[in-house]
Design a protein around this ligand. Sequence first.
Ligand code: ASP
Length: 338
Amino acid sequence: MKKRVYIIYTGGTVGMQPTPEGYAPAPGYLAEQIMSMPELKSNLMPEVDIQEYDPLLDSANITPEDWYKIARDIGAHYHDYDGFIILHGTDTMAYTASALPFMLQELGKPVVLTGSQIPLCEVRNDARANIITALTVAADFAIPEVCLCFGNQLLRGCRSVKVSTDGLDAFASPNLPPLGDIGVDIRIHRELVLPAPSEGSSLQVQELKQVNVGALPLWPGIPAQVVRNFLQPPLQGLILRAYGVGNGPTNNADFLAALEEATARGVVIVDCTQCLRGSVHLGDYATGSALARAGVISGYDMTAEAALAKLSYLFSQNLPVNEIKRLVQTNLRGELTV
Ligand code: ASP
């Protein structure tokens, strides 16, 4: 029997067409193109249904509400399909790929995000190959995870980051090797794939509420007042993009005081590094220990995208602050190495 894959098309370059103002989403176009692809007639390809969002979005316009909508749409069709594809703009694809795993608890089927750097309407494009590879992965591979399939890599969604504005291998997974390599064969690194949920369990879509979390990079000379203003209520959680192994300008007593005042009020401040690769170690330098004393917690090797999505998810669960802090530092969906 043919496998069945459900495609959710949210927008993005993949289905855009040129307009006088640059590429913009074109309703109806991509679904029509996909359904008429000769490749889909092959016995090797799954049966496909496509849901197109209205409006189609450049992913720069995607919000956490859209993340939750995608999760609910997967939930609503979960039992009728073998796998799911989310066609998405590349700009914030890594954020959506980071958020979905937290909402899709006990996920037992592949959810594959993809898109392209060149739209399908162009003669030379990466859209066709990305869509066909994603279809193959979603239909034929037992990967009970949210993953991001792009160019020649299959990445864990909550480890992915966009690293190139124009390369066709636009994404990387700096702190976890790819789950799969896409070459002549699709080679899955089984030892890295998360175990399937226990038998008898079924998908539970976790709610994502409107919460107040944000991210702030440090820069040399950052005024303490900027940090203090940023941390004002209603902010509940902050990803602090710090230097190296998580260090900050601790000669600035007012900067430290701003952090301490906020953590004392219950704001959760998670230290993620500005470096692409590696982990935060707050005890390595005095400039990190002082942040820890101000109540900042380590985000270890989580990407800032994953840390932000995780905070959104945790604050949506109405948990006490201490439990949120504990869970931030606990590996929930393969997003951090412990
Ligand atoms: N601006 C586009 C988007 O993220 C870029 C892309 O899809 O590659 O929707």
